[in-house]
Design a protein around this ligand. Sequence first.
Ligand code: GLC
Ligand code: MG
Length: 265
Amino acid sequence: ERKQIRRDMAIYRPQRHPLPLVSQMLVSDIDNTLLGDRAALRRFLATLRATPSNLGFGIATGRTLESTLKILKEWGVPLPDVLITAVGSEINYGLELRPDIRWQNLIKYSWRRDAVEEALREVPGLILQSPENQREFKLSYNVDPEALPPISKIRALLREQKLSANLIYSRQAYLDILPLRASKGRAIRYLAYKWGLPLRAFLVAGDSGNDHEMLIGDTLGVVVANHSPELASLRGDEQIYFANARYADGITEGMAHYAFGISTL
Ligand code: GLC
Ligand code: MG
């Protein structure tokens, strides 16, 4: 099935330079940022097509690779040059969807998934997500916000047991537990380092909690108008632009704000 998806996607894909030659990268979250409004998406894709070919396009999402490919296809989005999936714990490149094994080796440091799961078993308000959302480097729960203790308490509980992890709370609905070194933001910083690009060559766009940490880095940030409340505290940060437009129109507005993709000098 994956092969078929790849073949289908190839049709949409604009001709762009191979990754080492990109000099700017646009990285967007999927749900409620890139996707959510079809007309806005069409306008965004038209803008993207008009950018120079040395501007790369990537997504950073909480979804798995399979579910990412499926939803992008459903919405008619060309296959991105880079796919950062499972909240930054996996990176795949190009038409071949080549996995970055080095990234996996970097983040596996002090990750004890089973022990973390065990330690959280008694925490009220945490409901394990379905098996297809569980990954080697991502342990995900649905959350009952009424019953859930403060996230700081959950962090403390893991610390007491000498378990290191990165806790990411989104939309008062999801809690993702990742290795300490994994997140969307860290994956982006890794790419910048790998390609020798400054962080300001990256424009990142998002709407919710799992985007928080990638937005506060030294990249150019864009928050779409339909963002969830947990991003409101970022307002006022000069490297984070709050768009007036919703969904993909917000990304397009952010690109114009930074004059991103207009000149790639
Ligand atoms: C996506 C993923 C889910 C994750 C959530 C927040 O919905 O499918 O596993 O918890 O994003 O990152
Ligand atoms: Mg989102």
